[in-house]
Design a protein around this ligand. Structure first.
Ligand SMILES: O=C(O)CCC(=O)C(=O)O
Ligand SMILES: [Fe+2]
Length: 484
């Protein structure tokens, strides 16, 4: 199957399941039996997530793999518990889904579409129903297996504790969580302050575990990359050598004059000027002209340099690795020796803009993951709905000639019921969760918070390359996020 087929099959499969059209779903699955949605998992995951009864029934009759895991280790039963549809849960339980399967500690580091950035590990489906205040779902699970209520997650919390602690993050405990708490035990409920302190401690513990795992992973990767070296270490001749040592001060002559003028002002005046040059396309997402178009503009140079590296790499034993699992045709800037650009752009543009747009929130953005994404026919052509593993993301269009491929934004994760787990139904057609979309042009950029749910529509024609900077605060303790 060509990658173009797989893109449209994936889209059609999603739409069919979202509409609970079992007949259409089965036609697509017959045509592309291995059609999976990378950010979600199998067709059964999607059916569980959308509460699609006919599709779930059909898949179970076809004896699909009941306990298969998505790439973060979640089973369809987990999805059903998070979404809270009691009927779907009952169907999965009757089909003998594994009730004891638990979540892994998950950090959506690799642009995975999906759940919150740090997810506590060791949670069973009753924990997940409790966490989300899905009382009917909790009841179905508890009746099927009372033992689940006694099991602890990796932070030592049982499902009832999770409902209480999650509830403590909001001003008042929701009716759903309260019903779960009452269902799962009669012991006295600790005060809001105590619960909040426990929730805070759990978040800190979980973050520490994930930080350690991630640090170990970083060391392994850095060792691998050091062995591999950069293209220059292997005799690569650069097309634009100046790019490799680019400093913040060099950028001033390369960025759009209005941006440079705004950023050179002091605090209040800067804030005012920043709001003038940034268009807020939906609350918290801003578009602005970052680089003036023209020949030999910074974005053009970078594009040419990356193309040059790629052509050279094709003929060389040097290994070009890709940025993450959702981007098969991009490049990590650091790997090719271009880390200085990311550093300079962050210091000269991202940090001052973020400080002006989200006052008091960012004083440090020193942890940077910079990479490109490229879409074109017969390669990747879209990006599934996801959140970034960043505090702030800069997305700069380097150029190319293309049609389509707009970026769309749902709401921020954790706000209301915007479906972090739900993929976009496909194409730029109506999507009830979409709040805005942005058409890229060479030199324009978006700046947004990493946890704003978003994705990229399918590119219809041509080729587009964007530079993405995922910027995070160094080691600063982040506050417990408010829920509800
Ligand atoms: O523009 C794109 O294709 C990628 C969009 C994205 O994921 C982002 O802005 O973080
Ligand atoms: Fe993104």
């Amino acid at each position: 199957m060509s990658s173009a087929d797989s893109v449209s099959d994936k889209q059609e499969l999603l739409s069919a399941i979202a509409n609970d059209d079992a007949e259409q779903m089965s036609i697509i699955l017959q045509r592309s039996p291995s059609c999976v949605i990378e950010s979600v998992g199998s067709a059964l995951h999607v059916a569980a997530m959308y509460g699609s009864i006919a599709c779930t029934e059909h898949l179970l009759q076809e004896s699909c793999e009941l306990n298969c895991e998505d790439k973060d280790g979640h089973t369809p039963l987990h999805y059903a518990a998070v979404e809270g549809d009691p009927e779907i849960l009952q169907m999965l339980i009757s089909a003998r889904a594994d009730l004891y399967s638990t979540t892994r500690d998950t950090r959506a580091r690799l642009m995975s579409g999906g759940l919150v950035i740090d997810m506590a590990g060791g949670r069973n489906s009753l924990h997940l129903a409790a966490e989300n205040g899905n009382s009917e779902a909790a009841e179905v699970l508890y009746r099927a297996c009372p033992q689940l209520a006694e099991l602890e997650d990796l932070d030592g919390a049982r499902p009832r504790d999770v409902a209480l602690r999650e509830g403590a993050r909001a001003a008042t405990i929701s009716a759903g969580r309260k019903a779960v708490v009452d269902l799962l035990g009669a012991e006295p409920i600790p005060s809001q302050e105590e619960l909040r302190a426990q929730a805070q401690a759990d978040v800190a513990k979980g973050r520490k575990r994930l930080d350690l795992a991630e640090a170990a992973q970083k060391v392994r990767l850095a060792e691998e990359k050091a062995l591999n070296g950069t293209p220059a270490d292997h005799g690569y001749q650069s097309r634009w050598p100046k790019l490799y040592g680019l400093q913040g001060s060099d950028l001033h002559s390369l960025l759009h004059p209005d941006l440079v003028a705004a950023l050179s002002l002091k605090a209040d005046a800067r804030r005012e000027a920043v709001f003038k040059i940034c268009e807020e396309i939906t609350p918290g997402v801003y578009a602005f002209q970052c680089i003036s178009d023209g020949t030999a503009a910074l974005n053009q140079q970078l594009l040419e340099e990356l193309d040059n590296i790629e052509s050279w790499a094709a003929e060389s034993p040097w290994q070009l690795s890709r940025p993450n699992s959702m981007n098969r045709y991009g490049v990590v800037l650091q790997d090719v020796g271009l880390g200085a650009i990311a550093q300079s752009l962050t210091t000269a543009v991202v940090l001052p803009l973020a400080a002006a747009l989200w006052p008091g929130r960012f004083s440090d953005l020193s942890d940077i993951h910079a990479f490109t994404v490229r879409y074109r026919e017969n390669e990747d052509r879209l990006l599934d709905t996801h959140v970034d593993s960043s505090d702030v993301t800069l997305n700069l269009c380097l150029g190319g000639s293309f049609e389509g491929g707009d970026v769309y934004f749902h709401g921020p994760a954790g706000e209301g019921r915007d479906p972090m787990t739900s993929p976009h139904p496909g194409g730029p057609g109506p999507c009830s969760h979409c709040r805005a979309s942005h058409q890229h042009h060479s030199g324009t950029a978006l700046i947004h918070l990493g946890n704003h749910i978003h994705g990229a529509h399918q590119l219809r024609k041509g080729r587009r390359t964007n530079l993405i900077l995922w910027c995070r605060a160094g080691q600063k303790e982040a506050a417990l996020p408010e829920l509800d």
